[in-house]
Design a protein around this ligand. Structure first.
Ligand SMILES: NC(=O)c1ccc[n+]([C@@H]2O[C@H](COP(=O)([O-])OP(=O)(O)OC[C@H]3O[C@@H](n4cnc5c(N)ncnc54)[C@H](OP(=O)(O)O)[C@@H]3O)[C@@H](O)[C@H]2O)c1
Length: 352
């Protein structure tokens, strides 16, 4: 019941810029994104709505050295269209010789193929990134799915758990050595290396125990889709808690972006009669994408971020379900994940 109340509360009070709740100044990307000069960012799911707009605003206002957008493999034309849109939105009508080569002070933008439902794809994507790069300042684990239809990933895991949680858990493990190296290179006072994990208010729909580890390698057909989505999102909060304890050199936070009508809502509307029937009133419960990315932007750049915290929009420490706060759950999750990823999470040492 408190889960439903929390969703209502966040919908009514939290989805927008929540300065009125905190008494703080509202977060304004045009003013509050600091210079990201020299920084490299990798963001998953950046062909999707929140990831793409986050990329655009980080480039537009922070001007980082490079942004790698990692998303499902698409045709070359489709990838080009995503890159074109990002550059057009970030730079207006300015002409470029080549779409993924930075010119002058422009940000280098590159598309990396990544299927978070396949360990092999995650390793290939990471290898490509490491071959191209000597630093990683901000990793944004943004990609995610919500599906009614049960299914499994290439490695046999229930799709929400496999893609939203386990795929990101592997990606982070493979990139931690570079994140640590990047942090070590900076003078201690200036080091600012981050992992932003996009969870959801929907984490409250996980079962009381959080994750039923004995059935995550099934298609989960006996569970509701919201429970499967919730399970993956509570596991992401556990991942954030574990990383923040294990690596104090890295600021790791989890966020709920708010309610936004994006590709996720559109895919749900195709599968769910309820979502389809409520389509006309959905906009009244949602904020536009430009507002829905503020928590992403805040978490990726604000000096006020505190590692180990789950934030509702914008930058407000959020309410976690009992299991999301439970240290015994975090420990079980870490131990189970160590076992599940044994052999595939070995660092990629063939970096040039
Ligand atoms: N929108 C909301 O109201 C809301 C609320 C709470 C949390 N969130 C979270 O916000 C994040 C961004 O979602 P969004 O709203 O921007 O949805 P979106 O527009 O659907 O974006 C999600 C992106 O993830 C990609 N993706 C799907 N499966 C993948 C896989 N196996 N490997 C790599 N990438 C994959 C999608 O690619 P395809 O388009 O090709 O499938 C898409 O580009 C998600 O983690 C979501 O759970 C959103």
């Amino acid at each position: 019941m408190s889960g439903v109340w929390d969703m209502f509360r966040v919908t009514v009070f939290g989805s927008d810029n929540s300065a009125s709740r905190t008494g703080a100044k509202a977060f304004d990307p045009t003013r509050d994104i600091p210079s990201l000069k020299g920084k490299t960012i990798l963001i998953t799911g950046a062909a999707g709505d929140l990831g793409r707009q986050t990329t655009i605003d980080l480039i537009r206002y922070g001007k980082p050295e490079a942004v790698y957008i990692a998303d499902l493999p698409r045709s070359e034309d489709e990838k080009q269209a995503v890159l074109d849109e990002i550059r057009h939105e970030a730079y207006g009508d300015r002409q470029f010789q080549s779409v993924d080569t930075a010119e002058g002070d422009e940000t280098h933008v590159r598309y990396l193929d990544l299927d978070l439902g396949s360990f092999e794809s995650i390793r290939n994507c990471t290898r490509q990134f490491l071959d191209d790069n000597a630093r990683l300042d901000v990793l944004i684990c943004n990609a995610g799915i919500i599906r009614m239809t049960p299914g499994r990933t290439a490695d046999g895991y229930e799709v929400h758990f496999g893609i939203n949680y386990l795929g990101h858990a592997l990606l982070v493990r493979l990139l931690v050595p570079l994140l640590l190296e990047t942090a070590e290179r900076e003078p201690e006072a200036e080091a600012d290396v981050r992992v932003v994990i996009v969870s959801s208010e929907g984490h409250v729909f996980a079962s009381e125990g959080g994750v039923e580890f004995d059935v995550v390698k099934t298609d989960g057909a006996s569970m509701s889709y919201s429970a499967r989505y919730g399970r993956s999102k509570v596991a992401l909060i556990g991942l954030m808690k574990n990383l923040s304890l294990q690596y104090p050199q890295i600021k790791t936070v989890a966020i709920h972006p708010g309610r936004i009508l994006t590709g996720m809502a559109r895919s749900l509307q195709k599968e769910s009669l309820l979502a389809w029937l409520t389509k006309p009133i959905a906009p009244f419960f949602c904020v536009p994408v430009a507002t829905g990315i503020r928590n992403h932007l805040w978490a990726a750049t604000s000096p006020d971020v505190v590692s180990g915290t789950y934030y509702e929009p914008v930058g407000v420490p959020g309410t976690l379900s009992a299991v999301a706060k439970d240290e015994a759950f975090h420990k079980r999750l870490r131990e189970w994940t160590d076992e599940a990823l044994k052999g595939v999470d070995v660092p990629l040492t063939d970096r040039a």
